[in-house]
Design a protein around this ligand. Structure first.
Ligand code: FES
Length: 135
C-alpha cells in the first residue's frame, strides 16, 4: 500500500472540519490501494454518506455509491468505518473527529468505495457492478 495522499482545506477556509481518510483502489480484492485524506468543513455532525458526497465534490476522481433511502433501510450505503461494517447514512461523525472509510468487507470492490453487491468478497474479480448509482 502506498502512503497517504492529502487534500487539505482550501486556503482561507476556517472553522471546524472532519478529517476523512478513504481507501482508494482500482478494485479487486487483491489489488493494492492507498489512503487519501480530505478535510471536510463541518460545523455540525454529518453522516458518513454526506461526508463521502462532499469528498466527491472536492475530488471528482473519487468513486462512492450514492445512497437511496437515507433511513437505514435499503443497505445501499454499506461501508466500513473505523474497522466496522456499517450503514453510512445513519453513522454520524462529529466535527473535529477523524474517520477512516473503506469498502464494506463483505463484497468485491469495483473501485474506491464502490462494491459489487452481487459478488461476495473473494468471489473473483470478474462481473458487472451491482445496483445503485455511483458518483
Ligand atoms: S441509504 Fe438506505 S440504508 Fe443507508
Amino acid at each position: 500500500m502506498k502512503g497517504i495522499e492529502k487534500h487539505s482545506k482550501e486556503a482561507g477556509a476556517a472553522g471546524p472540519f472532519i478529517r476523512v481518510k478513504v481507501l482508494r483502489s482500482g478494485g479487486g480484492n487483491g489489488g493494492a490501494g492507498y489512503f487519501a485524506e480530505y478535510d471536510v468543513p463541518a460545523a455540525a455532525p454529518l453522516s458518513v454518506m454526506a461526508l463521502l458526497a462532499k469528498v466527491h465534490d472536492m475530488d471528482g476522481s473519487f468513486a462512492c455509491r450514492t445512497s437511496m433511502c437515507f433511513k437505514g433501510h435499503c443497505g445501499s450505503c454499506l461501508v466500513r468505518v473505523n474497522g466496522q461494517d456499517v450503514r453510512g447514512c445513519v453513522t454520524l461523525v462529529q466535527p473535529g473527529e477523524t474517520v477512516t472509510v473503506e469498502p464494506h468487507s463483505g463484497f468485491r470492490v469495483i473501485r474506491d468505495l464502490v462494491v459489487d453487491f452481487s459478488a461476495p468478497a473473494g468471489a473473483g474479480d470478474s462481473g458487472a457492478g451491482g445496483g445503485g448509482e455511483t458518483k
